[in-house]
Design a protein. Structure first.
Length: 339
């Protein structure tokens, strides 16, 4: 028997690497897309979720019959809910009130309990998603707070799985690795592995929304979800996650919302690849990088999740028009627009 797994946990990872053909036509170096939307929970975060839960079991902070708690509006919650379902844990996920009904339904379908809290609060506020999740974990017997932003098992998941997969899939020919920066787990974990096995030869490029503070922006809001770091009004300190190891990166490419969204749509129409806008942003950056390279180079770019999560946004003409992406009136979003 081949490609047969003992449980859904073993089906996480081993994702295909797919060459971009039409969208990168005429560009010097080949660009390959790591199709993370093909994970069981539909995103790259299944990897971090599995690693974080297994590490917590090993160090005894999560015990049989325990409760997995996290603050997240998205893919990490789904990954944790899947792992918890399979391992017999209860899951409590704290999400901001703008989270779509579809996402809440997916979390509940896996048996997660969902607590909705107002979004847009500064990190210091006790009602802030992560702060509330931490408090619930403190007050719930048997609870363990996953804390993807500061949990070393998050980047380690990529040192142990994504990195080795890419090295093997490209037979060691990868020269440039491009990935968005959210918690930083994907870019710095995979990047650290690729640097190590290539004796520092592989260049690691993080991708950041234009106004995000990771790449030097002012922290004002942007539309692309799940990557970058913006500052809510009232935020005192610009604290970056411990999961983000900045020393691994050689460069940060800053990508505007329009470029990210246009590339996301082009991937669906020209390559048949339906990815989210963090993947579109990463591909926009990868194409930029590849333009300056030659046929001896090989660029790998990560597509973290599926465009199915965003059909009513980037793939909806009404949404594009309302937000100024079709008629050219496009303005910077205000926080209230980020639904
Ligand atoms: N894109 C999407 C859609 C995500 O859900 C995430 C995770 N928040 C990222 C990109 C960024 O990944 P990481 O947290 O590993 O930096």
């Amino acid at each position: 028997m081949t490609h047969v797994y003992e449980s859904v946990l073993d089906a996480v990872g081993h994702t295909p690497l797919i060459r971009l053909n039409r969208i990168g036509e005429g560009i010097g170096a080949p660009v390959y897309l790591k199709a993370e939307f093909l994970n069981p929970g539909g995103s790259v975060k299944d990897r971090a979720a599995r690693h974080m839960v297994l590490a917590a079991e090993r160090d005894g902070t999560l015990r049989p019959g325990g409760v997995v708690v996290e603050g997240t509006s998205g893919n990490t919650g789904i990954g944790l809910a899947i792992v918890a379902a399979q391992r017999g844990y209860r899951t409590i996920v704290v999400v901001p009130d703008k989270t779509s009904a579809d996402k809440l339904a997916v979390l509940r379908a896996y048996g997660a309990e969902v607590i909705v809290t107002p979004g847009g609060l500064p990190r210091e506020d006790p009602g802030h998603v992560s702060q509330l999740a931490r408090r619930i974990a403190d007050e719930t017997p048997g609870a363990w707070f996953a804390n993807q932003y500061d949990n070393p098992a998050n980047p380690q998941a990529h040192v142990d799985t994504t990195g080795p997969e890419l090295w093997e899939q490209t037979a060691g020919r990868v020269t440039h690795y491009v990935a968005g920066i959210g918690t930083g787990g994907t870019v710095s974990g995979t990047g650290a592995y690729l640097k190590r096995v290539s004796d520092g030869r592989v260049r690691v490029i993080g991708v950041d929304p234009e106004s995000s503070t990771y790449g030097g922006g002012d922290g004002s809001p942007y539309y692309v979800e799940s990557i970058g770091h913006y500052l809510h009004p009232g935020t005192v300190e610009d604290l970056w996650p411990q999961s983000f190891h900045t020393d691994v990166l050689d460069a940060v490419e800053r990508v505007g919302d329009r470029d990210a969204i246009e590339t996301t749509r082009a991937l669906a129409r020209q390559e048949g690849l339906l990815v989210g806008a963090s993947g579109g942003a990463a591909v926009a950056a990868a194409l930029r990088v590849a333009r300056g390279l030659g046929p001896g180079d090989l660029v790998v770019v990560v597509a973290p999740d599926s465009g199915r999560n965003y059909l009513s946004k980037y793939f909806d003409d009404g949404w594009l028009l309302r937000n100024g992406f079709l008629d050219g009136t496009g303005t910077r979003p205000v926080l209230g627009d980020l639904v």
